[in-house]
Design a protein around this ligand. Sequence first.
Ligand code: SAM
Ligand code: SF4
Length: 326
Amino acid sequence: MLIDRHNREVNYLRLSVTDKCNLRCSYCMPENMKFVPRKELLTYEEMIRISRLLVNEGVTKIRITGGEPYIRKDFMSFLSALSELPKLEKIAITTNGVSTLPHLEETISLGVNSFNLSLDSLDRERFLQITRRDALDQVMACLHEMLRYNLDIRLNCVVMQDRNIDDIIPMVELAKDQNISVRFIEEMPFNGHGEYYPNLVWNHQKILDHITEKYPDIEKLNDPPYSTSKNYRINGFAGSFGIIAAYTRTFCGSCNRIRITPEGTFKTCLYDQGIFNLKTFMRQGATDEQIITAIKEALAHKAVNGKMAESNRSKNVFESMSTIGG
Ligand code: SAM
Ligand code: SF4
């Protein structure tokens, strides 16, 4: 079993399979984003090796993210290989839904039934302004298809002053008749050009107040263990909504995630600079035992929270979320 410095059981890996994307969400990356050269990416074989080692050490859930996972070549073959790992209980996928639909049925047939779908606006023009691509129709088609199956669906909506505030209530209302969770995320500074938001206006409390103003009859739900979202249900709604204080970081005490970036950097916190590079280590011939020892060592030094992880960095936060894996 993997245990971090704060005695939390580490059973959840977020694995980013590519930094490339078919959208250009302005909070995530610049239009002219420089992507990692192919040879610098972990190969699928390397990802499977690390996943197998971690699963043997007690990791039970792997979330595949990116960039956009479905645009990496041969992604479905990788997913199939991953799904065969014995003892891996759950694979979840975070996707923008633009090119997901043709692969949805096959993904589900591999046992994946948990999807985070990013959707920042229900308005075509606002969606275009935010993502810089006119792709709302594809995302909505993907959502409608997902709703036909019995899946665990969470919609991720980054809340941005002057960009999508008018979408908050319509987004919440998607959970009126559907058993989905609509999650509002505070905007973080991982936008690829180091634009910092020291005075985030739409923090978790303001988002909650905004929803409560329209729907005062809100019940606080019990949050699952290690959850980063605070979850609520509006009386009479089939689904729920959640708020993720990703910038103000009120959840750090219950976070047990580890992350591996497309280049193989091992991270114990979203806000750290990366602890060591697994790809380099593996390509130098590290044994399985040496890899696990290095991971345990990194966990033994995990920062107490995201503020501390950020203050330990030599450079300010500037990366794109796509190079980290959100
Ligand atoms: N491309 C996929 C997608 O968009 O769902 C997966 C990768 S994306 C980096 C994962 C999640 O990170 C998305 O839900 C996205 O909204 C969120 N994200 C990206 N940049 C962010 C930022 N600066 N602040 C908060 N959330 C962010
Ligand atoms: Fe692509 Fe996801 Fe980043 Fe948007 S948030 S640019 S969809 S990786």
